[in-house]
Ligand binder design. Sequence first.
Ligand code: DNO
Length: 388
Amino acid sequence: MEKTWRWFGKNDKITLPMLRQIGVEGIVSALHHIPNGEVWPLEEIEEYKNYIESHGLRWSVVESLPVSESIKYGGPDRDELIEKYIVSLENLGKAGVKTICYNFMPVLDWARTDLAHDMGDGTAALYFDLVQFAYFDTRILCREGAEADYTAETLAKVAELDKTITEEEKDNLIDSIIVKTQGFVNGNIKEGEEAPVAKFKALLKLYEGIDRDRLRENMKYFLERIMPVCNRYGINMCVHPDDPPRQLLGLPRIVTGKEDIRWILDAVDDVHNGLTFCAGSLSAGMHNDVVGLAAEFYPRVHFVHLRSTEVFPNGDFMEADHLRGRANLIDLVALLEEKRPDLPMRPDHGKLMLDDAGKGYNPGYSFHGRMFALAQLDGLMAAAKHLK
Ligand code: DNO
Protein backbone atom coordinates (compact mmCIF):
# COMPACT_ATOMS: atom_id res chain seq x y z
CA MET A 1 0.00 0.00 0.00
CA GLU A 2 1.03 3.58 -0.47
CA LYS A 3 2.47 5.13 2.69
CA THR A 4 0.66 8.37 3.38
CA TRP A 5 0.59 10.85 6.24
CA ARG A 6 -1.99 13.36 7.43
CA TRP A 7 -0.42 16.79 7.08
CA PHE A 8 -2.16 19.97 8.20
CA GLY A 9 -0.66 22.38 5.71
CA LYS A 10 2.10 24.93 5.56
CA ASN A 11 1.71 25.88 9.23
CA ASP A 12 2.09 22.27 10.37
CA LYS A 13 5.23 22.01 12.51
CA ILE A 14 5.86 18.68 10.84
CA THR A 15 7.22 19.72 7.46
CA LEU A 16 7.22 17.95 4.10
CA PRO A 17 11.04 17.53 4.10
CA MET A 18 10.71 15.78 7.48
CA LEU A 19 8.13 13.44 5.98
CA ARG A 20 10.40 12.59 3.04
CA GLN A 21 13.05 11.49 5.51
CA ILE A 22 10.75 8.97 7.18
CA GLY A 23 9.60 7.30 3.98
CA VAL A 24 6.23 8.96 3.43
CA GLU A 25 5.09 8.78 -0.19
CA GLY A 26 1.73 10.51 -0.27
CA ILE A 27 0.07 13.36 1.59
CA VAL A 28 -3.39 13.36 3.10
CA SER A 29 -4.58 16.90 3.56
CA ALA A 30 -7.27 19.52 3.05
CA LEU A 31 -7.62 23.23 2.38
CA HIS A 32 -8.10 23.72 6.10
CA HIS A 33 -8.49 27.49 5.92
CA ILE A 34 -11.62 27.34 3.77
CA PRO A 35 -14.74 27.39 5.96
CA ASN A 36 -17.05 24.42 5.86
CA GLY A 37 -19.61 24.87 3.08
CA GLU A 38 -17.48 27.14 0.87
CA VAL A 39 -16.19 26.16 -2.57
CA TRP A 40 -12.56 25.06 -2.91
CA PRO A 41 -11.24 27.13 -5.84
CA LEU A 42 -9.30 25.33 -8.57
CA GLU A 43 -6.32 27.72 -8.35
CA GLU A 44 -5.90 27.07 -4.63
CA ILE A 45 -6.13 23.33 -5.11
CA GLU A 46 -3.51 23.47 -7.84
CA GLU A 47 -1.20 25.71 -5.87
CA TYR A 48 -1.40 23.34 -2.84
CA LYS A 49 -0.88 20.28 -5.01
CA ASN A 50 2.16 21.85 -6.69
CA TYR A 51 3.62 22.77 -3.33
CA ILE A 52 3.33 19.15 -2.17
CA GLU A 53 4.79 17.86 -5.44
CA SER A 54 7.70 20.30 -5.27
CA HIS A 55 8.80 18.29 -2.21
CA GLY A 56 8.81 14.99 -4.09
CA LEU A 57 5.46 13.89 -2.64
CA ARG A 58 1.94 13.64 -4.03
CA TRP A 59 -1.43 14.78 -2.72
CA SER A 60 -2.98 11.33 -2.48
CA VAL A 61 -6.11 11.91 -0.44
CA VAL A 62 -8.32 14.79 0.65
CA GLU A 63 -9.24 14.41 4.31
CA SER A 64 -11.76 15.87 4.59
CA LEU A 65 -14.02 17.71 2.24
CA PRO A 66 -16.47 18.28 5.09
CA VAL A 67 -20.19 17.78 4.63
CA SER A 68 -22.16 20.68 6.15
CA GLU A 69 -24.57 19.91 8.96
CA SER A 70 -27.48 21.15 6.87
CA ILE A 71 -26.80 18.44 4.27
CA LYS A 72 -26.81 15.89 7.07
CA TYR A 73 -30.04 16.97 8.77
CA GLY A 74 -31.69 18.04 5.53
CA GLY A 75 -31.96 21.80 6.11
CA PRO A 76 -33.61 24.24 3.67
CA ASP A 77 -30.27 25.22 2.10
CA ARG A 78 -29.01 21.69 1.53
CA ASP A 79 -29.36 21.78 -2.26
CA GLU A 80 -27.35 24.97 -2.43
CA LEU A 81 -24.65 23.43 -0.24
CA ILE A 82 -24.60 20.23 -2.29
CA GLU A 83 -24.14 22.38 -5.42
CA LYS A 84 -21.09 23.99 -3.81
CA TYR A 85 -19.78 20.59 -2.77
CA ILE A 86 -20.11 19.45 -6.39
CA VAL A 87 -18.10 22.46 -7.62
CA SER A 88 -15.34 21.62 -5.12
CA LEU A 89 -15.34 18.01 -6.34
CA GLU A 90 -15.21 19.17 -9.92
CA ASN A 91 -12.21 21.37 -9.14
CA LEU A 92 -10.47 18.52 -7.31
CA GLY A 93 -11.22 16.23 -10.25
CA LYS A 94 -9.75 18.74 -12.71
CA ALA A 95 -6.61 18.98 -10.58
CA GLY A 96 -6.37 15.19 -10.43
CA VAL A 97 -6.92 14.76 -6.67
CA LYS A 98 -9.43 11.96 -6.67
CA THR A 99 -9.74 10.23 -3.32
CA ILE A 100 -12.02 12.12 -0.96
CA CYS A 101 -12.56 11.16 2.67
CA TYR A 102 -15.59 12.58 4.49
CA ASN A 103 -17.88 11.60 7.31
CA PHE A 104 -21.59 11.71 7.99
CA MET A 105 -21.45 12.02 11.78
CA PRO A 106 -23.93 14.60 13.09
CA VAL A 107 -22.41 17.48 15.09
CA LEU A 108 -19.62 15.58 16.80
CA ASP A 109 -16.88 14.08 14.61
CA TRP A 110 -14.80 11.80 16.84
CA ALA A 111 -15.15 11.53 20.62
CA ARG A 112 -12.51 11.20 23.36
CA THR A 113 -12.52 12.32 26.98
CA ASP A 114 -8.78 12.31 27.71
CA LEU A 115 -6.23 13.41 25.11
CA ALA A 116 -3.17 12.45 27.13
CA HIS A 117 -3.94 9.34 29.15
CA ASP A 118 -0.83 8.34 31.08
CA MET A 119 0.40 4.95 29.90
CA GLY A 120 2.76 4.56 32.85
CA ASP A 121 5.90 4.37 30.69
CA GLY A 122 6.26 8.06 29.91
CA THR A 123 3.99 7.96 26.86
CA ALA A 124 0.35 9.08 26.62
CA ALA A 125 -2.56 7.88 24.49
CA LEU A 126 -6.10 8.97 23.65
CA TYR A 127 -8.80 7.56 25.92
CA PHE A 128 -12.60 7.40 26.04
CA ASP A 129 -13.92 7.09 29.58
CA LEU A 130 -17.63 6.25 29.60
CA VAL A 131 -18.30 7.74 33.06
CA GLN A 132 -16.62 11.02 32.12
CA PHE A 133 -18.56 11.08 28.87
CA ALA A 134 -21.83 10.37 30.68
CA TYR A 135 -20.94 13.14 33.14
CA PHE A 136 -20.54 15.58 30.26
CA ASP A 137 -23.83 14.45 28.73
CA THR A 138 -25.98 14.40 31.88
CA ARG A 139 -24.38 17.07 34.10
CA ILE A 140 -22.74 19.58 31.75
CA LEU A 141 -24.92 19.46 28.65
CA CYS A 142 -27.88 18.44 30.83
CA ARG A 143 -29.40 16.84 27.76
CA GLU A 144 -33.04 15.93 28.18
CA GLY A 145 -33.52 12.19 28.54
CA ALA A 146 -29.77 11.52 28.56
CA GLU A 147 -30.00 9.27 31.66
CA ALA A 148 -31.88 6.68 29.62
CA ASP A 149 -28.73 6.06 27.56
CA TYR A 150 -26.63 4.85 30.50
CA THR A 151 -26.85 1.97 32.95
CA ALA A 152 -27.72 2.54 36.62
CA GLU A 153 -24.13 1.57 37.43
CA THR A 154 -22.66 4.24 35.15
CA LEU A 155 -25.07 6.84 36.50
CA ALA A 156 -24.07 5.95 40.07
CA LYS A 157 -20.44 6.58 39.12
CA VAL A 158 -21.44 9.88 37.55
CA ALA A 159 -23.06 10.89 40.85
CA GLU A 160 -19.86 9.92 42.69
CA LEU A 161 -17.74 11.90 40.25
CA ASP A 162 -19.95 14.93 40.77
CA LYS A 163 -18.85 15.05 44.42
CA THR A 164 -15.18 15.47 43.58
CA ILE A 165 -14.85 16.96 40.09
CA THR A 166 -13.35 20.47 40.02
CA GLU A 167 -14.36 23.33 37.73
CA GLU A 168 -11.02 22.99 35.98
CA GLU A 169 -11.63 19.31 35.34
CA LYS A 170 -15.04 20.13 33.92
CA ASP A 171 -13.48 22.71 31.58
CA ASN A 172 -10.89 20.18 30.46
CA LEU A 173 -13.61 17.66 29.73
CA ILE A 174 -15.52 20.18 27.61
CA ASP A 175 -12.32 21.12 25.86
CA SER A 176 -11.47 17.49 25.06
CA ILE A 177 -14.91 16.40 23.89
CA ILE A 178 -16.14 19.35 21.86
CA VAL A 179 -13.24 21.74 21.23
CA LYS A 180 -9.75 20.26 20.83
CA THR A 181 -10.75 17.14 18.91
CA GLN A 182 -13.14 19.06 16.66
CA GLY A 183 -11.67 22.42 15.67
CA PHE A 184 -8.84 21.15 13.50
CA VAL A 185 -11.04 18.76 11.52
CA ASN A 186 -13.08 21.71 10.21
CA GLY A 187 -15.49 20.99 13.01
CA ASN A 188 -18.29 23.11 14.32
CA ILE A 189 -16.49 24.44 17.36
CA LYS A 190 -13.15 26.17 17.04
CA GLU A 191 -10.49 26.78 19.69
CA GLY A 192 -11.21 30.05 21.49
CA GLU A 193 -14.99 29.72 21.17
CA GLU A 194 -16.42 31.65 24.11
CA ALA A 195 -19.45 29.54 24.95
CA PRO A 196 -18.76 26.11 23.46
CA VAL A 197 -21.44 24.30 25.45
CA ALA A 198 -24.23 26.70 24.42
CA LYS A 199 -23.11 26.51 20.80
CA PHE A 200 -22.98 22.72 20.98
CA LYS A 201 -26.49 22.55 22.44
CA ALA A 202 -27.80 24.70 19.60
CA LEU A 203 -26.22 22.28 17.14
CA LEU A 204 -27.80 19.28 18.86
CA LYS A 205 -31.18 20.96 18.52
CA LEU A 206 -30.86 20.92 14.73
CA TYR A 207 -31.20 17.14 14.88
CA GLU A 208 -34.44 17.01 16.83
CA GLY A 209 -36.68 14.51 15.06
CA ILE A 210 -33.85 13.15 12.89
CA ASP A 211 -33.53 9.44 13.48
CA ARG A 212 -31.29 6.87 11.79
CA ASP A 213 -33.73 6.38 8.91
CA ARG A 214 -33.92 10.09 8.16
CA LEU A 215 -30.14 10.45 8.34
CA ARG A 216 -29.77 7.50 5.97
CA GLU A 217 -32.23 9.10 3.54
CA ASN A 218 -30.25 12.33 3.68
CA MET A 219 -27.00 10.52 3.04
CA LYS A 220 -28.49 8.72 0.07
CA TYR A 221 -29.86 12.02 -1.26
CA PHE A 222 -26.38 13.57 -1.00
CA LEU A 223 -24.61 10.62 -2.60
CA GLU A 224 -27.05 10.38 -5.50
CA ARG A 225 -26.49 14.02 -6.32
CA ILE A 226 -22.71 13.92 -6.23
CA MET A 227 -22.26 10.60 -8.09
CA PRO A 228 -22.46 12.13 -11.61
CA VAL A 229 -19.49 14.43 -10.97
CA CYS A 230 -17.60 11.54 -9.32
CA ASN A 231 -18.22 9.39 -12.38
CA ARG A 232 -17.15 12.14 -14.75
CA TYR A 233 -13.78 12.61 -13.03
CA GLY A 234 -13.23 9.16 -11.51
CA ILE A 235 -13.47 10.54 -7.98
CA ASN A 236 -13.63 8.00 -5.17
CA MET A 237 -15.72 9.16 -2.22
CA CYS A 238 -14.89 7.28 0.97
CA VAL A 239 -16.98 7.68 4.07
CA HIS A 240 -15.21 7.47 7.42
CA PRO A 241 -16.85 5.18 10.01
CA ASP A 242 -18.31 6.73 13.13
CA ASP A 243 -15.81 7.04 15.95
CA PRO A 244 -16.72 5.34 18.23
CA PRO A 245 -19.18 3.26 16.19
CA ARG A 246 -22.26 3.70 18.34
CA GLN A 247 -25.02 6.21 19.08
CA LEU A 248 -23.86 9.18 21.16
CA LEU A 249 -25.61 12.14 22.78
CA GLY A 250 -28.94 11.08 21.32
CA LEU A 251 -27.62 11.69 17.80
CA PRO A 252 -28.17 9.07 15.12
CA ARG A 253 -25.00 7.47 13.73
CA ILE A 254 -25.21 5.36 10.58
CA VAL A 255 -21.68 4.08 9.85
CA THR A 256 -21.19 1.79 12.81
CA GLY A 257 -20.62 -1.69 11.41
CA LYS A 258 -21.35 -4.36 8.85
CA GLU A 259 -25.05 -3.78 8.34
CA ASP A 260 -24.64 0.00 8.08
CA ILE A 261 -21.77 -0.25 5.60
CA ARG A 262 -23.70 -2.74 3.48
CA TRP A 263 -26.69 -0.39 3.48
CA ILE A 264 -24.62 2.61 2.31
CA LEU A 265 -22.84 0.71 -0.44
CA ASP A 266 -26.10 -0.81 -1.72
CA ALA A 267 -28.12 2.41 -1.41
CA VAL A 268 -25.93 3.95 -4.11
CA ASP A 269 -24.35 0.99 -5.83
CA ASP A 270 -21.50 2.72 -7.61
CA VAL A 271 -17.81 1.97 -7.12
CA HIS A 272 -17.22 5.70 -6.50
CA ASN A 273 -19.38 5.43 -3.40
CA GLY A 274 -16.86 3.77 -1.11
CA LEU A 275 -15.36 3.48 2.31
CA THR A 276 -12.44 4.78 4.33
CA PHE A 277 -11.48 1.63 6.17
CA CYS A 278 -10.65 3.09 9.59
CA ALA A 279 -9.57 0.01 11.50
CA GLY A 280 -9.33 1.94 14.76
CA SER A 281 -12.83 3.38 14.71
CA LEU A 282 -14.37 0.07 13.74
CA SER A 283 -12.36 -1.81 16.36
CA ALA A 284 -13.85 0.32 19.15
CA GLY A 285 -17.17 -1.50 18.64
CA MET A 286 -17.23 -4.98 20.19
CA HIS A 287 -19.75 -5.99 17.50
CA ASN A 288 -17.11 -5.47 14.79
CA ASP A 289 -14.67 -8.10 13.53
CA VAL A 290 -12.29 -5.74 11.75
CA VAL A 291 -10.54 -8.27 9.53
CA GLY A 292 -13.89 -9.85 8.64
CA LEU A 293 -15.21 -6.44 7.58
CA ALA A 294 -12.17 -5.86 5.38
CA ALA A 295 -12.58 -9.32 3.80
CA GLU A 296 -16.14 -8.40 2.90
CA PHE A 297 -15.81 -4.80 1.81
CA TYR A 298 -12.29 -4.47 0.32
CA PRO A 299 -13.53 -3.98 -3.26
CA ARG A 300 -15.22 -0.73 -2.21
CA VAL A 301 -12.44 0.55 0.07
CA HIS A 302 -10.49 3.53 -1.29
CA PHE A 303 -8.42 4.60 1.70
CA VAL A 304 -7.14 2.92 4.87
CA HIS A 305 -6.55 4.28 8.39
CA LEU A 306 -4.39 1.91 10.42
CA ARG A 307 -4.85 2.08 14.18
CA SER A 308 -6.10 -0.19 16.93
CA THR A 309 -7.96 0.03 20.23
CA GLU A 310 -8.31 -1.81 23.51
CA VAL A 311 -11.96 -2.00 24.62
CA PHE A 312 -12.78 -2.56 28.29
CA PRO A 313 -15.85 -4.30 29.80
CA ASN A 314 -17.03 -1.04 31.43
CA GLY A 315 -17.44 0.64 28.03
CA ASP A 316 -14.16 2.60 28.07
CA PHE A 317 -11.73 2.28 25.19
CA MET A 318 -8.17 3.32 24.63
CA GLU A 319 -5.93 3.66 21.61
CA ALA A 320 -3.61 0.68 21.54
CA ASP A 321 -0.16 0.09 20.18
CA HIS A 322 -0.53 -0.39 16.42
CA LEU A 323 0.57 -4.04 16.56
CA ARG A 324 -1.81 -4.92 19.39
CA GLY A 325 -5.43 -4.48 20.40
CA ARG A 326 -8.60 -5.67 18.75
CA ALA A 327 -8.11 -4.27 15.24
CA ASN A 328 -5.64 -7.08 14.52
CA LEU A 329 -3.58 -5.02 12.09
CA ILE A 330 -1.20 -7.92 11.46
CA ASP A 331 -3.89 -9.95 9.69
CA LEU A 332 -5.53 -6.84 8.27
CA VAL A 333 -2.39 -5.60 6.56
CA ALA A 334 -1.70 -9.09 5.17
CA LEU A 335 -5.21 -9.20 3.72
CA LEU A 336 -5.08 -5.71 2.24
CA GLU A 337 -1.58 -6.19 0.82
CA GLU A 338 -2.92 -9.25 -0.96
CA LYS A 339 -6.24 -7.85 -2.19
CA ARG A 340 -5.64 -4.11 -2.52
CA PRO A 341 -1.94 -3.20 -2.66
CA ASP A 342 -3.00 -0.11 -4.65
CA LEU A 343 -4.62 1.59 -1.63
CA PRO A 344 -3.24 4.60 0.20
CA MET A 345 -2.85 3.85 3.90
CA ARG A 346 -1.88 6.15 6.72
CA PRO A 347 -0.87 5.47 10.28
CA ASP A 348 -3.79 6.89 12.24
CA HIS A 349 -3.08 8.60 15.53
CA GLY A 350 0.01 7.95 17.56
CA LYS A 351 1.01 8.16 21.18
CA LEU A 352 2.63 11.24 22.62
CA MET A 353 6.21 10.13 23.13
CA LEU A 354 9.75 11.47 23.47
CA ASP A 355 9.45 15.23 23.00
CA ASP A 356 6.01 15.22 21.35
CA ALA A 357 4.20 16.67 24.38
CA GLY A 358 3.92 20.43 24.46
CA LYS A 359 4.58 20.83 20.75
CA GLY A 360 0.97 21.84 20.10
CA TYR A 361 0.25 18.96 17.74
CA ASN A 362 -3.40 18.22 17.08
CA PRO A 363 -4.71 15.46 19.37
CA GLY A 364 -3.67 12.08 18.01
CA TYR A 365 -1.34 13.63 15.44
CA SER A 366 2.02 13.58 17.19
CA PHE A 367 5.26 13.29 15.26
CA HIS A 368 7.27 10.61 17.03
CA GLY A 369 4.21 8.55 17.93
CA ARG A 370 3.02 8.42 14.35
CA MET A 371 6.51 7.91 12.99
CA PHE A 372 6.91 4.93 15.32
CA ALA A 373 3.55 3.56 14.11
CA LEU A 374 4.50 4.09 10.46
CA ALA A 375 7.69 2.10 11.01
CA GLN A 376 5.71 -0.73 12.61
CA LEU A 377 3.21 -0.74 9.74
CA ASP A 378 5.95 -0.51 7.13
CA GLY A 379 7.41 -3.65 8.68
CA LEU A 380 4.06 -5.41 8.48
CA MET A 381 3.66 -4.43 4.83
CA ALA A 382 7.16 -5.55 3.93
CA ALA A 383 6.61 -8.90 5.66
CA ALA A 384 3.22 -9.37 3.99
CA LYS A 385 4.72 -8.71 0.56
CA HIS A 386 7.63 -11.01 1.28
CA LEU A 387 5.37 -13.88 2.33
CA LYS A 388 2.93 -13.45 -0.57
C1 DNO B 1 -9.75 11.92 13.61
C2 DNO B 1 -10.15 11.62 12.25
C3 DNO B 1 -11.51 12.13 11.84
C4 DNO B 1 -11.64 12.05 10.33
C5 DNO B 1 -12.94 12.56 9.80
C6 DNO B 1 -13.05 12.28 8.33
O1 DNO B 1 -8.63 11.76 13.95
O2 DNO B 1 -10.06 10.27 11.99
O3 DNO B 1 -11.67 13.45 12.25
O4 DNO B 1 -10.64 12.80 9.73
O5 DNO B 1 -14.00 11.99 10.46
O6 DNO B 1 -14.07 13.04 7.81
